[in-house]
Design a binder for this molecule. Structure first.
Ligand code: Q9C
Ligand code: ZN
Length: 345
């Protein structure tokens, strides 16, 4: 399998995230992608290639123009507020929740930062835009490889993407690489595309982007949002709306779920994708379902990820894998490459 590697990923390098009243060290760190690359190389898994350059057009197929403009200039605006900010990660302070307007665009940078985000756990840093933009190019290049006939391709990038919506960041995510890939597959001629999200956390951004559409099916297996992040989306009764009704499938599972239980849900998701008639598959590949993950609650073992890959391969679809979460840094490479190897075997 070809890997498209975002060699600019480390330009996004949050120091701290807000957690229960404290700034704690970031879980989403550059070493994560380094470990995956190292493991690909150690196992001689396949070619690792650089992404091609794309303009912002493929990004704005999914993301709002004003959000992309905000991200592109955010760091400079943050530093312009106070030169000392150059040493600090940027965080929002205000959010326009219910009763506030979201159609206005305040001149104040902190006000706009809150308008375009939904949590205080996702620091924006000097190179976040460059890293995220190169990540989107990575996903688009992986799509190109699959369109050129490859059975699969892996976009190895960070920051991750599945929590980012059309016009907001959060959950360590800024640009929704999986959604950008799915849209690019559609634009290249696939009539129906499925996104399968196997990250521990519900892919609220991806769901929201495609919620009213009948051409992109979204399925997600994740920790029950009653107790797990992102809390406000990912419930089983969310089935899509309008033309998209029936094209969204959430399979929340209780904290503590083991592989047997998780795999049953995977089979349900894959059956739904097959009856939808998808011509191509995008997998939001988070491995924070691993038992040793420091911020998640499932119990998959490293060997289980090989079976996950084999189950995904049995769907028989051209597949673009996009790297998402996974915070047990020492094992993130093994677990990720286990999925890819199980798929490729
Ligand atoms: N201190 C992804 O896996 N909150 N995002 C966790 C831990 C946010 C995870 C709190 C988790 C976001 C892509
Ligand atoms: Zn996650």
């Amino acid at each position: 399998m070809i890997t498209i590697y975002n060699h600019h990923h480390a330009l996004h390098h949050g120091k701290v995230e807000m957690f229960r009243g404290e700034l704690v060290p970031c879980f989403e760190i550059p070493a994560r992608a380094d470990y995956v690359l190292q493991e690909l190389e150690r196992r001689n898994f396949g070619p690792v290639q650089a992404p091609s350059e794309f303009g912002n057009e493929a990004i704005t197929r999914v993301h709002a123009r004003r959000y992309v403009d905000f991200l592109a200039g955010a760091w400079d605006e943050w530093v312009a507020l106070d030169p000392a900010n150059a040493q600090r990660d940027a965080f929002p302070s205000y959010w326009p929740i219910r009763t506030f307007r979201s159609d206005v665009l305040p001149a104040s940078f902190p006000a706009r930062m809150g308008l375009f985000s939904y949590d205080a756990g996702s620091p924006l840093t000097s190179g976040t835009w460059q890293a995220a933009r190169a990540g989107a190019c990575c996903a688009l290049t992986a799509v190109q490889r699959v369109n050129a006939g490859a059975r699969s391709a892996f976009a190895l990038t960070r920051p991750p993407g599945h929590h980012a919506g059309a016009d907001f960041f959060g959950g360590y995510c800024f640009l929704n690489n999986a959604a950008i890939a799915a849209q690019a597959l559609r634009d290249a001629g696939a009539a129906r595309v499925a996104v399968l999200d196997v990250d521990f956390h519900h892919g609220n951004g991806t769901q929201a982007i495609f919620y009213d559409r009948s051409d992109v099916f979204f399925a997600s297996l994740h920790g029950d949002p009653h107790t797990e992040y992102p809390y406000y989306l990912g419930y089983a009764d969310e089935q899509g709306e309008g033309a998209g009704l029936g094209a969204n499938l959430n399979l929340p599972l209780p904290r503590g779920s083991d592989f047997a239980r998780w795999r049953e849900a995977l089979a349900r998701a894959l059956a739904a994708i097959a009856s939808f008639g998808a011509e191509a598959l995008v997998v939001s590949l988070g491995v924070d379902t691993f038992a040793g993950d420091p911020i998640s609650g499932f119990r998959l073992q490293s060997a289980d990820f090989v079976q996950v890959g084999a189950d995904l391969a049995a769907a028989g679809l051209p597949t673009v894998f996009v790297f998402e979460g996974g915070y047990a840094v020492a094992e993130v490479g093994i677990n990720t490459v286990n999925v890819l190897e199980g798929f490729a075997q």
